[in-house]
Design a protein around this ligand. Structure first.
Ligand code: SF4
Length: 337
């Protein structure tokens, strides 16, 4: 639910054109929408900065009264106030999922990217409060030329703070801030090291807004926002993408990135690494193996292909995947390495 365009940061790569405008979602309409949600739904609150929404606490209270789940995508600054964090935790029973953005290892880099001096100190204090209030949370890191060489250290900082999940993402629109956009070849080694550190320390890792060939060894960790909304993407179908086995599950490139840097950084995937496969489940009825917003890859055992209900079970699994906004692919064993 897009609550407001107001924001107290001025991120240089911000992807919302109208950000810092005056849009405010009508409160009554928000309540009506919530009333229509089926039991067990999750309400995602975002902006701008959703904590600046005029009816923020009232809305949280309403969501809680309906016994729905919620998540907040925030720059984390207001959580630097202990009483603010405690109020969010109290209203939601400590179960609201908090997604914050950590853009640098130091105030120097983070504040330069957010455009606001002091935003780093507030975010770090906010993270401490969120973690100590035992609210589930993650940090998002938008990869830029400014923080590229710090990805591993930022990851260690998140680990030190007790954050259980980390998400790395590319800048969505390279044209908005071309000087901040690293090439895929520059990103690859830095991101690979950071992801390994995160995984070795037990964090859940996600990569988004990136082609799968950026890190094929972790392709099952890639989310795809194309399952939620559509925006233009570019594929080198006359070249590498045209002969890539992952073409149908890949988000491709930002067209502005391709215009700026070309397609040199993309590399066809010829075989799927075995380690990214989800074991083919014995029980396909409940969809528990489907991971929200991620790529689920199943290698098809011969005995399943020959199963008389193979097609029906696959359709059922695809439908369950769609409901979780995830992606699914059934892999022929001859393209597994
Ligand atoms: S080669 Fe193209 S389709 Fe294949 S993973 Fe890379 S960008 Fe995606």
């Amino acid at each position: 639910m897009h609550l407001t365009d107001r924001c107290n940061n001025r991120c240089r790569f911000c992807m919302v054109d109208e950000i810092h405008g005056q849009f405010s979602f009508p409160y009554e309409t928000a309540l009506e929408l919530i009333d229509k949600l089926p039991a067990g739904s999750k309400v995602d609150l975002f902006g701008g900065e959703p904590t600046l929404y005029q009816h923020f606490f009232d809305l949280l209270q309403y969501i809680q009264s309906k016994r729905l789940k919620c998540s907040i995508a925030t720059n984390g600054r207001l959580f630097s106030k202990r009483e603010f964090t405690d109020k969010v935790a109290a209203i939601t029973g400590g179960e609201c999922y908090i997604r914050t953005s950590l853009l640098g290892l130091s105030a120097e880099v983070h504040d330069r990217l957010t455009g606001v001096k002091g935003s780093y100190a507030e975010l770090i204090a906010g993270l401490d409060h969120i973690v100590s209030a035992a609210m589930p949370c993650q940090v998002n890191i938008v990869i830029t030329t400014d923080n590229l060489r710090e990805l591993s250290e930022i990851t260690k900082l998140a680990i030190d703070k007790g954050v259980p999940r980390i998400k790395f993402g590319l800048i969505v629109d390279a044209q908005s801030s071309p000087e901040l956009v690293p090439t895929l070849d520059q990103i690859r080694p830095q991101l690979s090291e950071a992801v390994q550190i995160a995984e070795n320390n037990g964090l859940t890792v996600t990569v988004e807004k990136a082609p799968l060939c950026l890190l094929p060894e972790y392709m099952n960790q890639f989310s795809s926002e194309s399952v939620i909304g559509k925006w233009p993407r570019f594929y080198d179908d006359a070249g590498e993408c045209g002969v890539c086995v992952a073409r149908n599950w890949c988000d491709g490139l930002d067209p502005q990135y391709a215009a700026e840097f070309g397609t040199a950084g993309i590399r066809r995937i010829e075989k799927i690494p075995r380690k990214v496969l989800t074991p083919f489940p014995n029980d396909l009825s409940n969809g528990n193996q489907i991971r929200f917003l991620k790529l689920n890859l199943f290698a098809m055992p011969q005995k399943f292909i020959e199963h008389e209900q193979c097609e029906m079970i696959m359709l059922n699994l695809i439908e369950q995947t769609r409901q979780k906004h995830a992606r699914i692919a059934f892999i022929d064993n001859n393209i597994v390495r």
